[in-house]
Structure formats: C-alpha cells, structure tokens
Design a protein around this ligand. Sequence first.
Ligand SMILES: Cc1ncc(C[n+]2csc(CCOP(=O)(O)OP(=O)(O)O)c2C)c(N)n1
Length: 938
Amino acid sequence: MNLDQFAGINAAYVLELYERYRQDPESVDPATRDAFESWTPSDPATTDRTLTSGASLHVVVGAANLAESIRRYGHLAAHLDPIGSTPIGDPSLSPRAHGITDDDLKQLPAAVVGGLVAESSNSAFEAIEKLRRVYCGTTGFDYAHVFVPEERDWLRNAAESGRFLPPMDEKHSTALLDRITQVEVFERFLHRTFPGKTRFSIEGLDVMVPVLDEIICGAADSGTRHTLIGMAHRGRLNVLAHILQKPYAQILAEFKDPVNAQTLRLDQGWMGDVKYHAGARAAGPRGQMHISMAPNPSHLEAVNPVVVGMARAAGTVASAPGKPRFEGASTLPILIHGDAAFPGQGIVAETLNLSRLAGYDTDGTIHIIANNQVGFTATPAESYSTSYASGLARGFKIPIVHVNADDPIACLEAARLAWEYRARFRRDFLIDLIGYRRHGHNEGDEPAFTQPVMYKKVNAHPTVRDLFAKTLVAQGTITAEAADGLVKKHMTTLEQTFASLKPERDFVAPIPEPVPAGIAGKTQTGVPLSRLRDINDALNASPDGFSFHKKLERGRERRRTILNAPNERSIDWATAEELAFATVLADGVPIRLTGEDVERGTFSHRHAVFHDANTGKVFIPLQDFSQAKASFEIHNSALSENGVIGFEFGYNIQEPGRLVIWEAQYGDFINGAQVMLDQFVTSGRAKWGLKPSLVFLLPHGYEGAGPEHSSARPERILQAAADINLRLINCTTAAQYFHLLRRQAALLTIDPLPLFVLTPKSLLRNPHVLSSPRDLEEGRFQSVIEDADARTQVKGIKRLVLCSGKVYVDLISSERRATATNVAIARVEQLYPFPKAALTEVIEGYPALEDVVWLQEEPENMGAWEFMRPLLEELLGERAPLRYIGRTRSSSPSEGSSAWHQLNQKVLVEQAFDLDSHASEGSMVLSKPVRRLTGSKR
Ligand SMILES: Cc1ncc(C[n+]2csc(CCOP(=O)(O)OP(=O)(O)O)c2C)c(N)n1
C-alpha cells in the first residue's frame, strides 16, 4: 500500500495512526503494522508535505484533533455554574496544544473540522469558533462515552445543528417567562406566608419545571399514556403544584396542617406523611396522558426502582396468555436526583443496571440531576469521586448534558434533546441541571455557617426570572411593566386562594379504605380434580422436536401421572406451585415471577423454563398451555435485592390486579432490601394509602448451612407487622402452599396485603410435605394445623408444642414422637395476622394441659418468639403456663458449624418431648418456663 497517497484528513489520520504505532506497535492492527514497517513518513516540520489545500499535514492533524478535543472535552470549559465558578477547562481545547495557531486555522478549509458546523463556515477557524459556542457555552455535551456509533453521530449532529433549540418568538418567550415567574412566585409566597416552614424550595433550579413541561409535552405528542415521576424533597411542592396540578388550596391547607384532620387520620390507623413526600396523579397535556408522582420516603433515591417498576407495569400488556407484551412508547419514567445523592446512594447504580435487562427495560428513563452544588452542608469534593455528580451514568453509556440552570433556552434544548433521544433510541438520558440552592438545606437552615463564600455569591445573584425578564426586555420582546405584571398575576392568585382557604375542607388525605374483615379466611381456593388433570396434561405435553435434558424428562414423565390417585400423597412443593400458577392463569390473573435464578430455582426444583438440550431453545410451559387466560412472565433478576424489590413493588402498585412474586436466593438476603421493606412495603399503606400485594418467597430454615443461609429474619417482618399490613406465612405442606398462592391471587383486588412466605429448602424433597390431589381439590389454606394424631387421646395430652415451619418436620421425624403420647404438636402456619381464633380452638381442645411450648429453631431474640410471647400469654391466661424452647439469645442467627447445628437441633427436639428435664448440657438450646410479662397486652 502506498501510504503517501493519502491527503487531507485521511493523511492526518494515517499520521496519527503512525504515531500510535511508533509508540506501541501492538496498538494497531496487523495489516497496518505491516504497512508501517516498510514506511518512513516525511517529517512535516522540514519537508512541508502539502495537502490538496496547500496546508501542511501537521496543521491538518492539529486542526482535526482540536475539533475532536472540543467535541470530547469542550464541556470542561463550558460555563455551567450560574454563580460563576471558573470552568476547569482542558489544555487540549487550545490550538497551541495541537501545535497550531488561529492563523493556521484561518488558512484551512472548514471541511477539516467536519460535521454540520463545517458546512456553514468559510474556514476551519470559523468552524472551530462555532464548535466552541456549541460545546463551551452554557451547555456541556458529554457523550463521547456512548459506544454505539449511530447514537454518537446522532448526538453530535443534534448538538451541532442546534435543531432542538426551542422557538423563541414573542409568544414562546413570554410563555416561558410566565412559567418561570409562576414557579418563583409560588416559592416567594410560601416563604412570606409560612416563614421558617420547611418546603425544600426549588429556587436556584426554577427551570426544572419548564424542563419537565418540555419533556412531558414531547411525550404527549408522541402518544405516551403514562408519565411517572420520582423525585426527592427538592422542588417537590413546586412540581406537584405546577406539573401534577395539585391545587394550591390543598398544598396551603397542608401547610396549615389542621388538627382535626390529623385526629381523623389517627382514628383510622392512618398516619399520613409529611407534605413533601406525598405523590399525586393528574391528566397530562393533550388529555390522553396520566402523570403520576410516586410517593417516596426520606431515604434519598430509594424511589428510583419503584418508579421504573411502575413504568414497566404501565407499559406491559398482560391480558393475553403467553409472554406479556411491553409497549415502551406508552410509558415514560422521569427520575429527578440530588447531586449528592445520585453518586452516593447505591440504589442509583442498581436501578441504572436494570435499564437494559429483559423484563426490566422501560425503553429509557429520563434522569435529571437537580444539581444545586451542595448536599445539605457537604461540598461536591466531599460527595463524589467522579468529575461530575453524573459520573456514574457514563459507565452505563448514558448520554449526559450538563446545563446552566440560568439559561432557560439551553435548558429547554437539553429537555427536547433528551426526549427525542429517548424516543429514537429507547434508552436512558441524563440532564445534569446545574444551579444553586437559594436558601439553606431547608428554609430554617443557615447556609453561611458552612458555605460562607458560596452564599455571598448566591445572595447577590439575581433569580433566573429576573435575568430572563431583563434579557427579553433588552431584546424588546416584552416590556418591563408586562414582566412585572406576570409577577402580580401569580401573586394575586395565591393570595386569593389563601384568603378563601378552609384548611379542614381543603386538606385532602388519601385515607385508605378499611381492611375487610375475615375475607381471607373464607376464600375458596380448591380446584376440581378434573380441571387440575386437564391443566396438568397441557403443562406436560411436549412441543414437537424439543429435546429435554434426560433427568428433566424423567421428572416430566412422573408429572404426567401425578394426579392419578386422588388420595395418594404424590404432590410435592414444586408441583403444587406450578399447578397453583397454572390455575391462577386459567382464572385470568397474570403472573410475574422474578428473583435470582428463579427460572430453574435456587434448589433446582422449579424448572419453569426448559432449555432444549441440543439447541438451547427455550420452552416455558406456563406460557404455552391452552387453559391460560393471562400472561406469565419469569425472569432471572440481576444480582440485587434492594433495587429489584423496589422495582417489583412499583410494578405491583401500578398494576395491582397481577400476581407479582419475588423470590430470594436465600431468605437471609432480603435484608439487603431493608429500606424497601421498611419504607415502602410495610408502611406504604399507613403513610400513603397504598395497597401493595407483592409476594416474597424467602427460603428459610435451620439446616446447618451457616449464619447467612438459615434465616429470612422473620423477626424483622413481625416487628413491622401492625394494623393488618401484611401476611407472614411459614407453611409445611405442598397443599398449603397451593392454597396460599391461589388465595393471594383471589385477594388481589378485594383484600390485598403483601405476603411473606418462609419457603422450604430441604423440605422441597421431603416426603412429609407431600399432599394428595384431594388436598388441592377440597382444602383451603389453614392458619393453624392441629395435631391429627393427638386428637384421639386429647385427655392425655399434657404438653402442646406450638411451632412453625420446617422444625415441625424435625419434631415428627424424631423417634421420641411415637413414645411421647402426652405431647401434641400444632403448626402455626400463619404468623401474622396472629391466628387467634384458630389457636384458641386448638388450645381448648386439650383439657389437661400442663404447659404450652413455643418452640423455634431461631435464637430467642430472633424468629417469631418475641412477637408471639405476649399474644400467647394473653390467649392462655391462667389456662396453662407458657414455656420457651429454642436457641439462647445470640448475635448471629445460627451456628457456623454443621456438627454443632446438629447437636443443638437434636437437643431442641428432645426438649420438646421431655416434660421433666430442662438441662441441655453443651448446647445452646434453652427450655425455660416463661415468667409473665406484666401489662403486655397488644
Ligand atoms: C439515604 C439518606 N441518607 C441521608 C439523608 C439525609 N439527607 C437529607 S437531604 C440530604 C442532602 C441531599 O443532598 P442532594 O442529594 O444534593 O440534594 P439537595 O437536598 O441538595 O437537593 C441528606 C444527607 C436522607 N434523606 N436519605
């Protein structure tokens, strides 16, 4: 190849490659390496090799590199800070760094710079100047990390063409000024009327509202039906008022916080929440769109996966059998982040990681960092290790636009670009909206204690409305009087609303409907055997030409006849689950099941997804049987708990008519999602009137696997249990599980509650959990299962052992069981709501009780004991003393050694049957009478 034949930009490129090759021959591909080995370029400094334009090569290379540097690093020199800090800049942005001068550029054709700016320029100098205006003005386009060439080209073109700049004729400019005025006046009014009251004002980032207008209008014009917004405290009231159209009267009434409204709420077990956490729903522009703001807790960024899950649900069509259909264009999630919280909170990364995964993708979330350059009192240097607050998004290849919040036109351009990019590429986009915080963290806070220099500048800085009004007046677009008139107009509206306010009338709290009593216990969940058989046949029919793994084929063979003998205990846990799912689908309720490795099941028991042994092709029986009337979806999740539980919670509350199930790998790992459980799942009803019905399958049980693979921490769930806000189940038979799942599906619309199920590990294959087909046909979920063997000799029973879950099987498998005829064992299958009536009936069935034992595998300070104790004491009264048998108090949930576990487990079982001896030498098991707690009624 004759390398000297290249000219212009091509020559520059060849020289650049050559330079790379000289420094590291391995850095170029082998063909290029071969060509360079036999080539010596002329020295541009001495030989003046000319291009077709007559310029020397090194000037062309310099110009091309300068243009590339501006496109890549121009944002570092952009004027992004409204209060005027100096941009850090970058040496590569000056011609000198590339060995050229402005005069050199003036001699070069614009084509060297490339792109749209070149087409309208007479020289490279002119084109470079235009690039500087684009990349180093008040917008910093930061997209070089986007690896998809088509996207990068589109972004470059979008930035350099200016085609997303908003129209700024008189009508549009005035409308924008009016909107910014409305935003500012609302805050000024609240500041004046409720001095010192916390409102987390938007001031300094006022343009966030018109930015949202622009995105939402873009979406509405494209037919989006749902916009779902998640945001923290900053600017929330303003967004609620102006984007969600929450009436001023309602917001002002909340500031008044009327006492009688509070009383009303408490009477109903309804606690409510502070005003800057509440959500809202509204019809959007053009009427066809719904805009929702999810309620969120103080825990910053925790709402992110919830909103994304809501968007996924809103865009999913689940009413037809098979795989559900996701229509991304119908739904738009918008997340507004804090500049300290975005880089600081891990949930942000967990949520971003979901953005491109099947089953979680929303066709793009638009992110806005409400960047006021301070986090409470912490500086950016104290808050993040990345160059920008948005740094994390780069790793996810999300295009970023940093923009100065004092330039409303640049901000609207960013918003329009964000929407168009999202619509076209169906991926996330981030606007880093850089402003300042007008007051302290809240309005009563003194920011000058910690940021004295910054606040000298802020206090002297005009508002964005002032600045924009001045610009429009100077341009002659509007008169100063007309600009002032806008302020008066909005102030008058607020003053009049306040004057006619009746807080007791205007205070609107979404009081949840009372929980219907007793429905759950009466729900019929049996399925006729003939129907079960039809469905089972359909599930086990093999698709033509599909090769199952040999072992799995054998399992399917067995499954084909599993319902043949109605009274034979043939139904195992996995079969019960699949039949429950299939019958729920046949009843027309869609199902979504997710979690780590759920498709196969952690314990290789589920096999909801088969892989052809030869081709790897996938077959999902629950998506492919004729009786189904609704969709089934199942996804192995990312390795996350907090993020994915938040997502499923959001999905669930958005589409409450679907059965949404999340399974933990081991129940223990749910504590990684404690924020989601505490802040959303268990308290969402009391705080915001939400009615979640998310199902958690939590493998639980002491089997010697160690402290991190034993306990799903039921004590934490029970600690959060009050006002009938959840159900906690630890069931012991396949039929119970079948009825439980079917009951949950039946209650979704009439008595929804989150359902926590402590699920088995070893019991998955234990004959003791097997049920008969008849049990599926006739039974229903039982909150307590009494001792069927002991019923015949009730008068001889001296001890009633109450226990829950797998330990029951340990007890009945013991050889002591046969001889201990004076001990009855009842299983508490439902831990919450406390099954008072069922337990009373069991206890009353034994007239000669000498004690009642609560027996558990968990240490005394864990498991259900501390929750059960006062309830059992109250129930027992003077009838019989209460005894505790279980492990002693411990800081770790279980032994780290299998041998030690077995020893303790053996003693535990022996103690249950041993009415006299309480010594447990060498073990950590305790059998102790319980001294009555005084006044411990619940
Ligand atoms: C998870 C969590 N940790 C701590 C806090 C306490 N807190 C409330 S606001 C705040 C600062 C947030 O800064 P930033 O993200 O920049 O948002 P800004 O308030 O400046 O808008 C902190 C630390 C919280 N609410 N949530």
